[in-house]
Design a protein around this ligand. Structure first.
Ligand code: SAJ
Length: 421
């Protein structure tokens, strides 16, 4: 009989680790959260949060006040460990596993027989084995699944997160989980931890399958967005309305084209496909090309804005003003990480002499890269002053704007106003 989990140590308290820690704590497990960022650790120990996610503040506050969650800087002894640290890439899109390595080294120091370790960070295939090998080197006194069949001292599994920012708490509970143990017993043990809060189905598989599954999900979305983005550029060239094309094509029972936009942002879809390309470069022309198509879309939008600007100047408009609507990487969030919209505004500010305005209802201050070259204004101010209005993000507020009386040029990258890009 395996002992039920009483204490869980979650390493990495970002967009995935903190909600997961809070969820486990809300089920009355003792949770030790670990992060290298003092701002995060201090905020959490005060019952506050350092990230933006609906309702998370209430759950963290309750968990901390009731004594089920506390944050610190290094892993401590626990029954289970969850690694939820970032996996960015270095130059040439080579995955940077240094955060995982550091987390695993910290955990290795406090491992005890009977422990479970789950890697949740999005990772190239075989990273779970890399973690297991690291444990073997650090802790020769313990046995691990790849050395000792199905009865090792330590169980190890890979279980990717699949939640959507803005809906994290809901999706943590409702989504199905792919649980990839290094042995069937490892999978079962990991499932028993997730079942404390997951209401979706926990599917058991191998670690490599679970790793690949996560990468494939995001690459699938990337390839499909690239298709939509390519169609949008072709339609622009042929003076065809892309939004109508997609809407009508999607009436076909087996067609479901995604929406074009100014490019793909965030830390997931724009990054994870490269982990597949890195492992198997000869076998990934489609996945690589999709990345390149999506990465090139902001440049295409900039060129489109500049050509409209040139037209206005040739018509005698002096000192034109451009207003960018939206800087976040997707609708209704404040997250500017890897945002193509921010990238477009920055490029315009660097290469054009036009005055630049930005409307971003989810932030109160412009990022440093735009601070002295752009003015953050509200939407009515922007519409009153702009010669060119560029719709970059389909925030709810922007969908309600009636642009019929706007006298200037509209470049709409999201298909919610006049339909040009
Ligand atoms: N986008 C488009 N057109 C679309 C859909 C999205 O241009 O039709 C753009 C968005 O504007 C944004 C980017 O793609 O810039 C990514 O947004 P997203 O909503 O597709 O995804 P993320 O990055 O917020 O979250 C994704 C999700 N993965 C999938 O939907 C397969 C989420 O479930 C994952 O948990 C998350 O990545 C992650 O952490 O990996």
């Amino acid at each position: 009989m395996t002992k039920p989990f009483e204490t869980v140590c979650v390493v990495g308290l970002g967009y995935i680790g903190l909600p997961t820690a809070a969820m486990l704590a809300s089920r009355k497990l003792k949770v030790i959260g670990v992060d290298v960022n003092p701002r995060a650790v201090n905020a959490i120990n005060n019952g506050e949060i350092h990230i933006v996610e609906p309702d998370l503040d209430m759950i963290v506050d309750a968990a901390v006040n009731q004594g089920y969650l506390r944050a610190t800087f290094a892993p401590e002894e626990a029954d289970a460990f969850i690694i939820a640290v970032p996996t960015p890439f270095k130059d040439d899109h080579i995955p940077d596993l240094s955060y995982i390595e550091e987390a695993a080294r910290g955990i290795a120091k406090v491992l005890k027989p009977g422990n479970l370790v789950i890697l949740e960070s999005t990772s190239p295939v075989t990273t779970t084995e890399f973690v297991a090998d690291l444990f073997v080197k650090e802790r020769p006194d313990l046995t691990f699944p790849h050395q000792d069949g199905d009865a090792p001292d330590i169980n190890i599994a890979y279980c990717p997160e699949r939640v959507l920012p803005g809906r994290i708490l809901l999706e943590l509970i409702e989504n199905d989980r792919v649980v990839g143990g290094m042995s069937p017993r490892c999978s079962k043990r990991a499932v028993s931890l997730y079942e404390t809060f997951v209401e979706g189905t926990c599917v058991e598989t191998t670690a490599r399958t679970a790793e690949m599954c996560k990468l494939v999900e995001n690459a699938y979305r990337d390839v499909n967005i690239a298709f939509a983005n390519e169609i949008s550029m072709i339609c622009d060239e042929l003076s065809v309305n892309v939004w109508d094309v997609i809407k009508h094509a999607n009436r076909h029972p087996r067609v479901n084209i995604l929406q074009p936009g100014p490019g793909v942002g965030g830390h997931c879809i724009a990054v994870d496909p490269w982990f597949i390309v890195w492992r198997t470069p000869e076998l990934t022309p489609l996945i690589r090309t999709a990345r390149e198509v999506n990465d090139a879309k902001p440049e295409w939008v900039v060129a489109s804005i500049l050509s409209r600007l040139k037209e206005l100047e040739s018509q005698g408009v002096k000192a034109p003003t451009i207003a960018c609507f939206g800087l976040a990487f997707k609708p209704d969030i404040d997250d500017l990480r890897e945002s193509p919209s921010l990238n477009i505004a920055e490029t315009i500010s660097q290469i054009s002499t036009a005055s630049l305005l930005a409307v971003e209802p989810n932030i109160s201050e412009l990022p440093a890269s735009l601070a002295d070259k752009c003015e953050l204004v509200d939407q009515s101010d922007a519409l009153a002053r702009a010669d060119i209005a560029v719709l970059l993000v389909d925030h709810t507020e922007f969908k309600a704007i009636d642009t019929s009386s706007f006298p200037g040029v509209i470049v709409d990258c999201r298909g919610i106003w006049a339909r040009t890009a």
